[in-house]
Design a protein around this ligand. Structure first.
Ligand code: ATP
Ligand code: MG
Length: 430
């Protein structure tokens, strides 16, 4: 993509409304714009990141055996009267009345809707277990939307739901989802630690939240440092993997237990703040019973499926990653989800030798690179590339161009090297 022809409205000034780094940087790098309190437009560069994250989430959900579906954002109030949550949910629910005076709402989550879909479609024990998910916008009328996309009112969530015949099945689904989450975060390039958590509005008795550590996080977290180095890629032995990630101490402030905490060796005790980027719940028959969803068992008996639900805040993740990965100059994107893998900086726009090298790099790298072809000072191009956080910068100036050399800069470490065009390409593509 040519920067001269792209909508990337970067800002030099720090926007006054932004209190934390990720919010400032997402506005300054031209990723999002606020359209109303807690409601954001995703501009092309921001959408590239959001889509890359969603695709990794989707691939890992599919690998875990979950099936993707898409439910509407607007739901009928009657659905929520069936579960008893219509009144319980309170002011966070955005309630809407249509022209026929029917009561609707913009879905904050989808347990009810999917339970009804399953109730209509699934009648026999042979049809279970099943795990379904969607990646869809949610609305929660937060009292205090803040920190940009970290606490918005409209936000993108991956929400999955499991239906099993018994507790063992449901616990297996829970463990599979935890493994899928850890692989997802590892692939995205962030450390997210599972913590024992409260079950809140969703209800139930087994739950973990996944937290990215950042000083501006809204939750207090307490954990065993041994968890920081756990590998999230998973092993064929699901039980061992689950145990490795859940038996060491890790809890949010709501679940913090001083007695268990005292058993963690002092040198491994870590206290800090975390941003919740996902949560998984097992809640048994809470919704299947309330909404009368049962299947016929092998022996003809009536079985109310055991359920769980599993969320990842896809849009919140964008902010959380920036919060965890930035410096004075700007964002430092992990390779897997950067809007562009590399930026090509032409330091002498109009010079035929630099132009030819840039054009050929641009061709070979394809749409995943951003070519800064503007008539701008070199300093401005450097600053903007650092702000936008491309993992690689390929700097093409007239001196090097004469001998076919370019400079390659790695954003995360600041390392620079003079290389031939071919070697630079190989590094970026490697
Ligand atoms: P929080 O405690 O931060 O309000 P929650 O526990 O109510 O979140 P869940 O019901 O667990 O949220 O939703 C699943 C995921 O959706 C959360 O882990 C979070 O990543 C994301 N999420 C929830 N609320 C918001 C929001 N207002 N803005 C952005 N993402 C959100
Ligand atoms: Mg939560």
């Amino acid at each position: 993509m040519r920067l001269s022809q792209s909508l990337i409205p970067t800002l030099k000034e720090t926007p006054a409304e932004a209190q934390i780094a990720s919010h400032r940087l997402m506005l300054r790098a031209g990723l999002v714009r606020q359209m109303a309190s807690g409601i954001y437009a995703w501009l092309p560069t921001g959408l590239r990141v959001l889509t890359k994250i969603a695709n990794i989430v989707r691939e890992e959900q599919n690998l875990s055996g979950a099936q993707e579906l898409l439910m509407p954002t607007i739901q009928s109030a009657d659905l929520w009267r069936e579960s008893g949550r219509y009144d319980a949910y309170g002011k966070e629910m955005l309630r809407i009345t249509d022209r026929h005076d029917r009561e609707l709402l913009y879905g904050p989550t989808n347990e009810e809707m999917l339970t009804v879909i399953m109730r209509d479609a699934v009648k026999s024990y042979r049809d279970l277990p099943q795990m379904l998910y969607q990646i869809q916008w949610k609305f929660r009328d937060e009292v205090r939307p803040r920190f940009g996309v970290l606490r918005g009112r409209e936000f993108l969530m991956k929400d999955a739901y499991s239906f099993d015949l018994d507790y063992e099945g449901a616990f297996l689904s829970y463990k599979k989802m935890m493994a899928a989450y850890l692989r997802t975060f590892q692939r995205i390039g962030v450390v997210a630690i599972p913590m024992r958590a409260d079950t809140g509005q969703i209800g139930g008795d087994l739950s973990h939240e996944f937290h990215i550590l950042a000083p501006t996080g809204e939750s207090g977290v307490f954990y065993d440092a041994a968890l920081e180095s756990n590998d999230g890629r998973g092993t064929p032995d699901l039980d061992a993997f689950y145990a490795a990630h859940t038996t060491k101490y890790a809890a949010t402030d709501e679940k913090h237990d001083l007695e268990s905490w005292s058993k963690v060796p002092d040198e491994r005790k870590r206290e800090g703040r975390g941003i919740e980027v996902g949560q998984i719940f097992y809640f048994g028959q809470k919704y299947s019973q309330a909404m009368n969803f049962s299947v016929i068992g092998k022996d003809g008996s009536k079985i109310f499926p055991e359920m769980g639900s599993y969320g990842i805040g896809v849009s919140r993740l964008v902010g959380a990653i920036v919060e965890a990965r930035h410096d004075e100059a700007g964002i430092i994107w992990p390779d897997a989800i950067a809007p562009f893998k590399a930026a090509i900086l032409n330091l002498r726009q109009g010079d035929s030798a630099t132009g030819a090298i840039c054009d050929s790099l641009h061709d070979k790298l394809g749409p995943d690179c951003l070519y800064d072809d503007r008539e701008e000072r070199a300093g401005a191009k450097f600053a903007e590339a650092d702000l936008m956080g491309h993992p690689w910068q390929i700097i093409v100036g007239p001196r090097g161009a004469a001998t076919g050399q370019v400079e390659l800069k790695r954003r995360a470490t600041g390392e620079r090297a003079e290389l031939s065009v071919e070697d630079a390409l190989a590094k970026v593509l490697g």
